[in-house]
Design a protein around this ligand. Structure first.
Ligand SMILES: *Cc1c(COP(=O)(O)O)cnc(C)c1O
Length: 377
């Protein structure tokens, strides 16, 4: 059996190595390393794939979030609501821009931000909601968009983990994750569902004016060369990364399907087990399984992880410490038990190996090992 990894990027690369090697060499030979034709081609191909008017590539997903908040013109002290159960980047950029992160709890089934908790957290200083499409499925966007409209708030979708997921609205129309709000932010970090061979990110929007501002801010606030209309940052996607992403974008749907097949295998193995909760689904969204995350009852999560390690099966805890208990984000507004669902998740979740190259032998070995752990209890 092939060695089991959380993410197997080598095996994925081996299937496209000739194409990728050629594309990278071509960029090297062209010397158009920054803002070359590959970047523009990738941008337009991703616009077509997503069905969105503007894709603005940038250097990474964290920058994408920061640039979005800069482009929307938020002022220090403005409040931005996001989930307490997420990767740190989401809250980090809010704090970095001297905005006030307002954390709210999540739904225990889908791990996603709870629309009712959002409504309760809105004040006259609130300017935006940042829903995080955690682990690969969209949050309840229809409710969030309604709340945002009612209170005139921007919606910045953090879709770093859910590129390719489809959300279906009540009226039946579908939209891709990241294209429903005011602006969407994604990451092409190697282990993300569409990953490059380094850092990368992008913003999406259907708003022409906002797209113009985003482009300007990502390029030193420059409107025309050496004319700077606002304070910006330097955040670019390298041409080499864009060339790789163009190739991988063609397989994105197949990659999603491979992840969904692996998830279906796990689901079947663990469904109905008294100590294991399989990942809950939002019925309005497809799930592209950036992570396959179980909840383990009875305080046995860490013991399970240690047991799997003895069988050379890696497993990860996303996320072990809630944001409101991180030293950098502690705040007198929060006590340890302020977000009970987030706390419970931090103590009970475990993510199993999930990537596009898992084969049946590996899936069977992993599932049997998990079940064996509970049989031994
Ligand atoms: C990965 C990730 C980011 C940050 O992306 P980088 O490209 O690593 O900066 C932001 N939010 C979420 C939810 C992520 O998973």
């Amino acid at each position: 059996m092939k060695k089991i990894q959380m993410v197997d990027l080598i095996s994925q690369y081996e299937k496209i190595n000739e194409e990728v090697d050629n594309a990278v060499l071509n960029v090297i030979k062209s010397s158009a390393y920054i803002n070359g034709p590959e970047v523009k081609a990738f941008q337009s191909e991703l616009e077509d794939y997503l069905g969105v008017k503007h894709v603005i590539p940038c250097a990474n997903g964290t920058d994408a979030l920061q640039i979005a908040m800069m482009a929307l013109g938020f002022k220090p002290g403005d409040e931005v609501i996001t989930a307490s159960f997420t990767y740190v980047a989401t809250a980090e950029v809010i704090a970095l821009l001297q905005l006030k992160p307002v954390l709210v709890d999540v739904d225990p089934i889908t791990f996603s931000i709870d629309p009712q908790a959002i409504e309760a957290a809105i004040t006259d200083k609130t300017v935006a909601i940042v829903p995080v499409h955690l682990f690969g499925q969209c949050v309840d966007m229809e409710s969030i968009l309604q709340i945002a409209q009612k209170h005139q708030l921007a919606v910045i979708e953090d879709t770093a983990q859910a590129i390719g997921a489809d959300y279906t609205f009540q009226d039946g129309h579908k939209q891709k994750s990241g294209t429903m709000g005011t602006i969407g932010c994604t990451s092409f970090f190697p282990s993300k569902n569409l990953g490059c061979f380094g850092d990368g990110g992008a913003l999406y929007t259907n708003d022409d004016e906002l797209a113009k501002k985003v482009r300007m801010i990502a390029n030193h606030g420059q409107s025309i060369q050496y004319v700077h209309d606002s304070i910006g940052v330097n955040s670019r996607l390298d041409s080499i990364q864009a060339a790789i992403l163009r190739i991988k974008l063609r397989s994105l749907d197949a990659y999603c399907e491979a992840r969904q097949n692996a998830a279906a295998y796990y689901d079947q193995a663990f469904q109905g087990h008294s100590a294991i909760t399989i990942p809950g689904r939002n019925e309005h969204s497809t799930h592209v399984f950036h992570q396959y995350t179980l909840q383990i009852k009875g305080g046995k999560r860490d013991a399970l992880r240690a047991f799997l390690a003895t069988k050379e099966i890696p497993a990860m805890i996303y996320y072990p410490i809630p944001l409101h208990m991180q030293k950098a984000y502690m705040d007198s507004r929060y006590q340890k038990n302020t977000f009970p669902i987030t706390n419970a998740l931090c103590d009970s979740v475990i993510s199993l190996p999930m990537h596009t190259e898992l084969d049946e032998e590996q899936l069977s070995y992993i599932s049997k090992a998990v079940l064996e752990f509970f049989d031994l209890q």
